[in-house]
Design a protein around this ligand. Structure first.
Ligand SMILES: Nc1nc2c(ncn2[C@@H]2O[C@H](COP(=O)(O)OP(=O)(O)OP(=O)(O)O)[C@@H](O)[C@H]2O)c(=O)[nH]1
Ligand SMILES: [Mg+2]
Length: 238
């Protein structure tokens, strides 16, 4: 089974090297046939140059450069398509490149997939999952957004907004990923909504999300608003 990790980056110079090291160790320690696809949006901190240097040394790492900041959602689509076109997409992960998503959980996702789930989401809101170092404000926002979106969209998943996930390649081939209009963070709720509508089996595996210690968040207020607007759009379309 060929596993691909899609890693969108925007100004992650301080995190990238360690994230790649950890991923490669997990591949080696668990006999995972894996590769990493970095999708960098011409980061002003030169993450893209660092990514190229890593890729030169390690052939399991590939880099896609885009001209400028085009959003998290379109970065996922670019990475997913690259995996599909290069036959590296038996199982495709999305993961943040800020060490909030610990690569050590990858075998848990793979186990769940092998048990029959088409999509596995890394869940902060099931037993064994959690969040470390978040203030009360961010906790309430995240929990509230999740509760609202799973209830409104009728998806029985406790963590709709988690970016740590894996999709079977068959799922990505079957759903029309180009039809997803969200270009930012709301991509995450839109694709899960589509997968649920199509009847794919969605499973959850617990993850403890650790707030980033290096670099800065790209989750802006406007992205949060878009999340709610997308919710309304999907509900009407349903
Ligand atoms: N290529 C690309 N990557 C992006 C873009 N926006 C965010 N990212 C990356 O997507 C991942 C998630 O972004 P974060 O800023 O960590 O968002 P978050 O995890 O919701 O929030 P924090 O962890 O609090 O920072 C990180 O690896 C970012 O570098 C974008 O427009 N383009
Ligand atoms: Mg993050």
């Amino acid at each position: 089974m060929q596993v691909s990790i899609v890693l969108p980056t925007y100004n992650e110079k301080e995190n990238l090297t360690l994230v790649i090291q950890k991923l490669l160790s997990v591949f080696d320690d668990n006999q995972v046939k894996g590769n990493i696809i970095i999708v960098d949006d011409n980061s002003p901190d030169n993450t893209g140059i660092l990514a190229d240097q890593i890729a030169k040394r390690e052939d399991r790492v590939q880099v896609i450069h885009r001209e400028g900041k085009m959003g998290l959602g379109t970065a996922y689509v670019t990475g997913f398509k690259h995996a599909l076109e290069n036959n590296m997409a038996d199982l495709v992960f999305s993961m943040d490149c800020d060490l909030s998503h610990d690569p050590a959980y990858i075998p848990d996702f793979i186990d769940m997939h092998l048990k029959g789930y088409d999509i596995v989401v890394g869940s902060r809101y099931i037993s064994g999952g959690g969040v470390e170092n978040w203030g009360i404000h961010r906790r309430i926002m995240s929990k509230g957004a999740n509760l609202l979106s799973s209830t409104v969209l009728g998806v029985k998943v406790k963590d709709m907004t988690t970016g740590y996930r894996c999709y079977a390649g068959t799922v990505l081939k079957e759903i029309d990923i180009d039809s997803i209009t969200s270009n930012g963070y709301s991509f995450l709720e839109e694709i899960l909504f589509m997968c649920n509508k199509r009847g794919f089996a969605i499973g959850e595996t617990p993850i403890v999300f650790i707030d980033r210690t290096l670099g800065s968040s790209k989750l802006s207020k406007s992205e949060m608003w878009k999340f709610f607007l997308t919710l309304i759009r999907l509900k009407i379309k349903r």
